[in-house]
Design a binder for this molecule. Structure first.
Ligand code: IVH
Length: 674
């Protein structure tokens, strides 16, 4: 093969990188699109003719064709901290005082103020100027590898510029930043989804987070992701200031948000915050505040961090967006566990991208504290994607005949007497047969994360409960006995009932952990159900377990154990469980059968003293997902799982460059392997 071809390929790559930089980072394209496409096509053609010349940093290699089966755990070299928030001038001045005291009582500290981009944080490693891995924040210590998805973002260079005459060695670096979607691009993307009948996203941040967890990089490449980098860590030396880091990041060819300012003191910072609080709407992307950082890295080191937040930086959060409207009525919603939640029915008002007609009032104490009444003019607020809330009543506008809200005495649905336990703010309906609770419990049972019964949604459940076909979720598995009566109901045809009955039958394959979650035991969410199922293996062991046995499971606390014991102490619940058992639902984990292929071709070795699970448990978890466990480390080993006091196996694995997983990393790895 001629070296001319190699040379041409390299030339094309250089040229394409240059134009990518102009287009995606500087947003100043230097050539027309057709000319760019021509260069790209030429490179693609040469690479397909000479595939041996393809390198991972080639611009053609952004979008991989392999699905990401598992988002592997990545231990961050330095933890990804989060920021503590300040909401007022005073809090910002307090921060400044703590900083100055921490450094040694100096009068003024130089800060750098940056916009706080409302997106999803990412950490990217470059070695020898080539992108090697990208990871999510995760819990700050261990994140998930999303390299293939991040590589599809056009403003992320696969190869960095080498900086001439730099005093720093940047051959091994980690950069961090925020992935986001511009508002217009997000709106267009959501509209397209709506037209196709697909689920829409509430805001650009959710949409970004959802996109990054897609398994197919081709789909990710079609979504309008972008990235600003705000942090640089070099393994080989310490950069002196944050402002210098930002300059270096730019020179490396990465994208830095241009709206930052070096501030001589906290007053200048505050000025910057005020300016951007006003101007935020002018930006093409969403920001939710300003990040204030001590500029000197030496000072940053002196100050250190507490728990998960640095003492040298803080987020100045903007006030949530507010609107005024009237509160027409307060009604009480009965949840599946019988808790009553007051909800405000509002005169519809447009706020931060959507029309709001409901707001939660949380509980009676909240209503009393804010003295919220029907007919009041109120200020409502929406921060991020949280449910809107009523922040304040405009009492001056209140009419003369307005009356205070009295908590209901009887359930608005079944009329039974309500209770309010001493010391609790919640009001409960204790009638297990209250239609609102019954409906709520059945809805939860049939929902996506639980038994996932296709076609058994809210509207149908409401009707079946009203017509007495369903009194509890156990009745779902007897519905087939009433097939003809169901078909006779208005709005259902034979086909839809047949489909529903097959979906119900199919739901019997759900694993034990889903069944346990579906039971709707208070405080037992999907995560807790999974831990309980894995630990106790079957329902009989769980029934026999004491509160203490249950609490001994990592991350299971007393509220869960008490609630489980209470649930199974009720004879109605036991009877329902027995009926479900007879119907053939799974009340034990399966060691064979329900396996997946997620860990196919992966071989694990376990070593050291394991504390979070036994060796057998780990083995079972691996095998259930199609992985293998062997006794000794070799070059064929994919992962070594290490406990305390690991010895020669660890040494050998390190020599062979085999990936090492701590117990926590292993658990998140198994969890994410789908
Ligand atoms: S600095 C210790 N700078 O805000 C330093 N964070 O809790 C921590 N964010 O999710 C991060 N823009 O990803 C920093 N200019 C900026 C930022 C920023 C957005 C995000 C960050 C994290 C959250 C902080």
């Amino acid at each position: 093969m001629s070296s001319n071809i190699e040379k041409r390929i390299e030339e094309l790559r250089e040229e394409i990188r240059f134009h990518d930089y102009n287009y995606y980072i500087l947003t100043e394209p230097k050539i027309p699109d057709e000319q760019y496409d021509k260069l790209y096509k030429e490179l693609e053609n040469l690479e397909s003719e000479y595939p041996e010349l393809i390198t991972p940093d080639s611009p053609t290699q952004r979008v991989g064709s392999d699905l990401t089966k598992v988002f592997k755990p990545v231990q961050h070299k330095i933890p990804m901290l989060s920021l503590s928030n300040t909401y007022s001038e005073d809090e910002l001045f307090d921060f400044d005082r703590r900083v100055r005291e921490g450094i040694g009582n100096i009068n003024e500290v130089e800060y750098i103020a940056e916009l706080k981009i409302d997106g999803v944080s990412v950490s990217i490693r470059y070695e020898n100027y080539n992108l090697v891995t990208a990871a999510t924040r995760g819990d700050g210590t261990v994140g998930e590898e999303i390299t293939n998805n991040v590589k599809t973002i056009r403003s992320v260079p696969l190869r960095l510029n080498r900086i001439k005459n730099s005093k720093y060695d940047l051959s091994k670096i980690e950069v961090r930043g925020e992935i986001f979607m511009e508002l217009d691009a997000f709106k267009k993307f959501n509209k397209d989804r709506e037209e196709k009948g697909e689920k829409t996203f509430a805001n650009p941040r959710n949409s970004t987070a959802g996109t990054l967890k897609l398994q197919d990089p081709k789909l990710v490449a079609q979504r309008p992701l972008d990235l600003f980098i705000y942090f640089l860590f070099s393994e080989n030396n310490q950069i002196e200031t944050q402002s210098e880091s930002l300059e270096l990041i730019k020179q490396l060819g990465l994208k830095v948000n241009p709206n930052y300012k070096i501030c001589k003191n906290i007053n200048e910072v505050l000025e910057f915050c005020k300016v951007w609080e006003e101007k935020r709407e002018e930006l093409p992307y969403e920001i939710d505040g300003v990040v204030v950082k001590v500029n000197s890295v030496k000072y940053q080191r002196n100050l250190g961090s507490i728990a998960k937040s640095p003492r040298w930086a803080v987020a100045y959060k903007f006030r949530a967006k507010q609107a005024e409207t009237t509160l027409n009525k307060i009604f009480w919603q009965v949840g599946r566990t019988g808790t009553l939640t007051p909800v405000a029915d509002l005169e519809p008002v447009f706020l931060a991208g959507s029309t709001i007609s409901r707001a939660t009032l949380h509980n009676i104490e909240e209503i009393e504290r804010k003295d919220i009444r029907e007919g009041d003019y109120v200020i409502i607020e929406k921060g991020g994607d949280v449910i809107p809330k009523v922040v304040q009543v405009i009492t001056e506008k209140r009419g003369k005949d307005s009356v205070k809200i009295v908590p209901p005495q009887n359930c608005p649905v079944c009329n039974s007497k309500l209770i309010r336990p001493d010391g609790e703010v919640a009001i409960y309906c204790e009638n297990n047969t209250c239609p609102a609770q019954v409906k709520g419990k059945i809805e939860h049972f049939a929902s996506r994360g639980a038994m996932d019964i296709e076609g058994l949604g809210k509207a149908i459940i409401d009707q079946f409960v009203e017509f007495n076909f369903l009194k509890s979720y156990a009745d779902i598995y007897d519905l087939h006995k009433h097939k003809n009566e169901l078909i006779a109901l208005e709005r259902f045809g034979e086909l839809s009932i047949n489909n529903l009955i097959s979906a119900i039958e199919e739901s019997k394959n759900r694993p034990f952990e889903k069944v346990l979650f579906a039971l709707g035991i208070r405080f037992v969410g999907a995560g807790a159900a999974q831990k309980l199922a894995r630990h106790f293996k079957n329902i009989d062991n769980l029934l026999k377990a004491s509160e203490e046995d249950i609490e001994n499971i990592h991350e299971i606390g007393p509220s869960i154990s008490v609630s489980i014991k209470k649930f199974f102490a009720t004879s109605d619940n036991l009877e329902i469980v027995n009926r479900l058992r007879k119907a053939g639902l799974k009340f034990a984990v399966e060691s064979t059968g329900e396996t997946s292929e997620a860990l196919k071709d992966l071989t694990f070795v376990l070593t050291g003293t394991l504390e979070k699970f036994t060796r057998d448990e780990a083995k079972e978890m691996i095998q259930q997902k199609g992985g293998k466990v062997t006794g000794s480390v070799s070059k064929n080993t994919s992962y070594l799982v290490v406990g305390e006091n690991a010895g020669s196996k660890l040494e050998k694995a390190e020599k062979l460059g085999i990936k090492i997983l701590t117990e926590d990393e292993f658990l998140s790895f198994i969890e994410s392997a789908k």
